[in-house]
Write a protein that binds this ligand. Structure first.
Ligand code: C5P
Length: 287
């Protein structure tokens, strides 16, 4: 991820490659009587630290969609968390994308994907990617997406910390320490080639995140998490998004398990997740 200097709108211009991985959450949109309004419950992983009110991005997504089509936002949303909270993995954004798709289906609003994408961008920088999934180049705030071609399957391992990092704080630390220069699309050629070729070694070598130094400044112990992955021969190790989750790229499922074991043995994180990518974006799995 390349991050540019802070803009007047409070956001940073990005050139970032998103890849959706096989960790997912479920958002269920239950029908309620007309006039009941929006309500939300949160279950699953770290559910107790997720707000179950109108500040939740999934709730805001339902309201934004209802407003857009001119109906009442009557729905009971049930979010079942499966992605670490405040981990730099865009789990909340994925919920918002899923809420858009779920409510669109429940209310039979039939919005074209492009219109859902516009609503998604208004909710947060990463929500649009939550809709499309797979692998995409993000520009603008990260919400202007171009699908990227990939071959085969990549094996990722994630080191998750119990205590998250605030995205705005990481960006603030970035402004104070790094500052950023205007990001350029062409700088990601090696990474894009590796994705296209299914070349995990090349991808591992090309991994880079401009926010990493800022995340490390706020959470210095992540340096050790990165080092342990590299000692375990990870093809690449990087802070995910704004952190504190660390992502390591492995050669195989077996190698992913070995990296996970190394992290656990070194007590370098609170939990580990092995998964593969790319994975689809928000979609209806049951009706
Ligand atoms: O859009 P979202 O709510 O996900 O962003 C959270 C915060 O992260 C923003 O308020 C902003 O401080 C920061 N951010 C940024 N530049 C981006 C994306 C996010 O500064 N491109």
């Amino acid at each position: 991820m390349q991050v540019g200097p802070l803009q007047d709108d409070g956001y940073h211009p990005l050139v970032t490659i998103f890849q959706a991985v096989g960790l997912s959450e479920e958002v269920i949109a239950h029908q309620v009587p007309p006039g009941a309004g929006t309500s939300l419950t949160v279950d699953g992983l770290q559910a107790d630290v997720v707000p179950a009110d109108a500040t939740n991005l999934a709730w805001r997504a339902a309201e934004a969609l209802a407003r857009h089509v001119g109906i009442d936002p009557d729905v009971r949303l049930q979010v079942v968390k499966g992605v670490p909270v405040a981990g730099g993995m865009a789990g909340g954004s994925a919920d918002a994308a899923a809420a858009l798709v779920a409510c669109d289906t429940l209310w039979e609003t039939g919005l074209p994907r492009a219109e859902l994408a516009r609503l998604a961008s208004g909710l947060g920088a990463d929500v649009a990617f939550g809709l499309v999934g797979h692998t995409a180049v993000g520009t603008g705030r990260g919400d202007v997406l171009t699908p990227a071609m990939t071959r085969g399957e990549f094996h990722w391992v994630f080191a998750v910390q119990a205590e998250g990092l605030s995205t705005p704080e990481v960006y603030r630390a970035f402004d104070e320490t790094v500052g950023g220069t205007e990001p350029e699309l062409g700088d990601d050629t090696a990474l894009m080639q590796a994705l296209r070729a299914g070349d995990a070694v090349g991808l591992g070598r090309a991994l880079h995140n401009d926010l990493e130094a800022a995340a490390l400044a706020l959470r210095p112990e992540l340096a050790r998490t990165l080092a342990v992955a590299r000692e375990a021969d990870a093809l690449g190790a990087i802070v995910s998004g704004s952190g504190p989750t660390v992502a390591a790229l492995a050669r195989s499922r077996q190698h992913a398990l070995a990296i996970a074991a190394a992290w656990t043995a070194a007590d370098a994180c609170d939990s580990v997740w092995c998964t593969t990518a790319p994975a689809p974006g928000a979609r209806v799995v049951a009706h």
